[in-house]
Design a protein around this ligand. Structure first.
Ligand code: F3S
Ligand code: F3S
Length: 104
């Protein structure tokens, strides 16, 4: 499983969406979320992110650890829609909504 960390918040380059062969990267208002059960670990998204927000779960930096739980909790609610394009946007996890706005 790959995880999107804090670097994506309020940046949302969106390049990762096109890179993912299984369309498992879901867009919230402030960040994007990889569906852990749908991600096939292909790793195609990791190098395309200009802010290096995407990491393999075992390599997540300590300060981004909470984003692992955030993704699992979000998809406990959303489920496994089987494709982000057809599903459309998701509501941000409350922990993401609570983050202060990124300084410009
Ligand atoms: Fe975010 Fe990087 Fe994707 S900024 S939207 S994880 S390409
Ligand atoms: Fe897609 Fe990245 Fe997983 S491209 S399959 S979210 S490793």
């Amino acid at each position: 499983v790959y995880v999107i960390g804090s670097a994506c918040v309020d940046v949302k380059d969106l390049g990762c969406i096109d890179a993912c062969p299984v369309d498992c990267i879901y867009q919230g208002d402030r960040t994007l979320y990889i569906q852990p059960d749908e991600c096939v670990d292909c790793g195609a998204c990791e190098p395309v992110c200009p802010v290096e927000a995407i990491t393999y779960v075992d390599d997540v930096e300590p300060e981004d650890e909470k984003f692992v739980g955030i993704a699992y909790e979000l998809f406990d609610k959303v489920g496994s829609p089987g494709g982000a394009a057809a599903h459309g946007p998701v509501e941000d996890h409350p922990a993401v909504t609570a983050l202060p706005p990124r300084e410009a």
